[in-house]
Design a binder for this molecule. Sequence first.
Ligand code: GDP
Length: 363
Amino acid sequence: MNKRKPEWTPDGGGEGFATSIVVSKEPPKAPHRKRKRRTWDVDALMEGVLKGDRTLLSRAITLIESNSEKHFKIAQELLRRLLPHSGKSLRIGITGVPGVGKSSFIESFGMYLIGQGKKVAVLAIDPSSTLSRGSILGDKTRMEELSKEPMSFIRPSPSSGILGGVARKTRESIVLCEAAGYDVILIETVGVGQSETTVRSMVDFFLLMQIAGAGDELQGIKKGIMELADLIVVNKADGDNILRAEAAAREYNNALHYLRNATKGWDTTAHTCSAKMRTGLDLIWERIGEFRKNTGESGFFEQRRKEQTADWFEELLGEAVLDKFFNNEVIKADLPQLRKQVAKGETPVAYAVSHLLSKLDDN
Ligand code: GDP
C-alpha cells in the first residue's frame, strides 16, 4: 500500500492520530468519448424549412444564431437559398412595458389568428438579456396554449452580443420563418434602450400596448414611442377596469391628433382589448387588415420593406467596415499613441484621422 506522512499532527498527538495517510490510486478516468460534432447539411435544412418542419426550422435558427465563423458561412448560404421563398408574411412588432400583458396578448391573439387559418411565428428581441444577465421576456413560462399548437412556432430572443447582433439574428429568423410558410410573424420587445426603434425597423406594423394608469395616461409614455406605433392597444379592458381602459383609449386618440403618423397615409388609432377575456381581438385584426390593404394600394408597404432592407445593408456594412478597421494590426499598433497625442493637444484631430486612414492605403 502506498503511504505518506500527514502534513500536520497535533503536538503529543500520539498513536491515536493518523500518523500516515494511505494514498489511493488515481481514480479511473471516464472513458474518453468523442464529442459528436453536428454536421450542417444545407440541403436537408433547406428542404426541411421549406416543408415547414419545425425541428429543422429551429436548427436553422440555431445555426444563424451561432457566433462561429464556420457556421456563419453555412448560415449565409442557407439564407441566400431561402431568400426567394421569403417575404410573404405580415411582420408585426409588439411593444409595451413589462406587465402590460404582451405575452398574454400574443397567446390570445396568436390563437385567434390560428382560428382564422393563419400560421403564426413568435420571435422576440430582449435587450435586457444583453444589458444584464437577466431576461425580461424569457424568464417565465409563456404562451402555453399557443406553444402546443402545430400551427405556431415560438422562439425566444437570441441572447448573446450587442443589440445590433441580436437584431441581425432576428431579421434572419424572419426570413427562415417566412420560408417555412408562416403567415404572421409577431416580434415582441420591451421598451429598453433602442429596442423599439430596432424592431420598428424590421416590421410592417407596430403595435404599442398600454394599460390604463391611475389618472394621467400620457405621463409615463414617451411621445417618440407613440410616433412609432401604427396601433395603440389598451389592454386589460375587463371586469371593473373596462371604463378606465376606454377612457385611456380616448385620451390616446386625442393625443394622437397632435402627433406624426408612424406610417405615411395611415392614421394611428387607440382601442381597448382584454388578452385575458379575448375581447377586442377582432377589431385589432381588422385594423391590421385595413393597414395592409391601404399601404399595399399606395405602394408604401413594399417601399418600406425595400427601405428597411437597404438601411439594414448600410448598417451592417458600416459595422463590418469599422470592425475591419479596428482589428487591423497597423491601426491597432498606432491608435493608442495617437489617442494620447490627440487628448494632450499635441496632434490635430483631423490630422490624426487622415494619418490613420493613410496607413490603410499602405497595407
Ligand atoms: P408582459 O410582461 O407584458 O408579457 O405581461 P404578461 O402577459 O406576463 O401579463 C402580466 C400580468 O397581467 C399577468 O398577471 C397577466 O395574467 C395579467 N394580464 C395580462 N393580460 C390581461 C388582461 O387582459 N386582463 C387582466 N385582468 N389581466 C391581464
